[in-house]
Design a protein around this ligand. Structure first.
Ligand code: UT7
Length: 333
């Protein structure tokens, strides 16, 4: 029999486990610079480190797709959560580099996990994708539409990089990060907020499309770095403060800040604006580069597995990127 307390008991979502995967090939700045020099493209370890904080990135093998990277990340998160793949009733993959036009990378991952039947779809919000996906999964769990979700950011950005454009090709890398989000009587996810401003579609885009059996338009990533930088710095503090207010918390309650890992200067600037000591900033951009939607769950998993972030601590996740999109999620781990 259903009791009245179970009818009224609030339902929340919480992260049950994290996982991540990086493809084998790791390229330091010096190695990448040497490769680019062969094509007459000039860059240096010094420039990349000084302007971005990036020291190395991983690139997928030619036959590795985003769902291939997502699979080991998902399996690691399931194992950490103690959840079987068959128990998952929702799969959301955040990616801007899907395996194919369709089916979704989430459906391809579902096939690779060997589980059929649950809802599976992709979220396309570029570097804010994981924060978008987590917010959607949280809402579906709270509403009762799902109970155990896999939320993944998986990217093979190396496929859309223009290796003749030094202003972008040194910035990005490939990888995947995953969480299992489960229904809970106590809140894990405390509050979130998402935004987009389509007036800025041009500052970060890959505008090509498939039409009539051909690629039409420019199929490689283009970015006005300075315009993205300026917008990012402005919105990241604002959205973090809005989410803290929603949750009834203050910046003093944040144990760890995990912003999208694009540029150490943006990340440190955001931490300072939130009055957080830099020791509370989780940094993986130095080793991963910018892995777009994968960067936040990758950084979260690295910090959890290294023992840096502990159970019960409060974490602010912040995404920002093409669209223009941005958003934040505050959670108790
Ligand atoms: O993932 C979504 C979010 N994305 C971001 O948050 C990225 C935001 N933007 C940025 O992180 C920075 O704007 C960049 C890292 C992309 C660029 O840094 P910057 O300090 O804004 O550099 P800049 O574009 O002003 O370029 C400075 C100079 C230029 O030369 P001149 O015109 O001053 O002679 C560039 O041509 O650096 C030159 N440059 C390079 N030099 C060596 C640009 N790229 C390179 C390079 N190696 N790879």
């Amino acid at each position: 029999m259903t009791t009245s307390s179970s009818l009224t008991a609030p339902r929340y979502s919480r992260i049950l486990g994290t996982g991540s995967y990086l493809p084998e090939q790791r390229l330091t700045n010096a190695e990448l610079a040497a490769q680019l020099a062969r094509d007459g493209v000039e860059t240096s370890d010094e420039w990349i480190v000084e302007r971005t904080g990036i020291r190395a990135r991983h690139f997928a093998a030619p036959d590795q797709t985003s769902s291939d990277l997502a699979l080991p990340a998902a399996r690691a998160a399931l194992q950490a959560a103690g959840v079987a793949a068959e128990e998952i009733d929702l799969i959301i993959v955040a990616t801007s580099t899907p395996d194919m036009v369709f089916p979704s990378t989430a459906c391809l991952l579902q096939q690779k996990l060997g589980v059929a039947g649950c809802a599976a779809f992709d979220v396309q919000a570029v570097c804010s994708g994981f924060v978008y996906g987590l917010t959607v999964a949280d809402a579906m769990i709270k509403s009762g539409a799902a109970s155990k979700a896999l939320v993944i950011g998986a990217e093979t950005f190396s496929r859309i990089l223009d290796f003749k454009d030094r202003t972008t090709c040194v910035l990005f890398g490939d990888g995947a990060g995953a969480v299992v989000l489960g229904a809970s009587e106590t809140p894990g996810i405390l509050a979130s907020q998402l935004h987009a401003d389509g007036r800025h579609v041009d500052i970060l885009c890959t505008p090509g499309t498939v039409s009539g059996g051909q690629v039409l338009g420019h199929p490689l990533l283009k970015m006005d770095g300075q315009a993205v930088f300026k917008l990012a710095v402005g919105v990241l503090e604002k959205v973090a403060r809005a989410v803290l207010e929603k949750a009834g918390r203050t910046d003093a309650d944040i144990d760890w800040l995990i912003p999208h890992q694009a540029n150490i200067r943006i990340m440190q600037g955001t931490a300072k604006k939130l009055k957080l000591p830099l020791e509370k900033l989780v940094v993986t951009v130095d080793q991963h580069g910018n892995t777009s939607a994968a960067s936040i769950p990758l950084a979260l998993d690295v910090a959890v597995r290294s023992g840096q972030i502990k159970k019960g601590e409060t974490v602010m996740l912040e995404g920002v990127g093409g669209g223009f999109t941005w958003g934040a999620v505050l959670l108790d781990l």
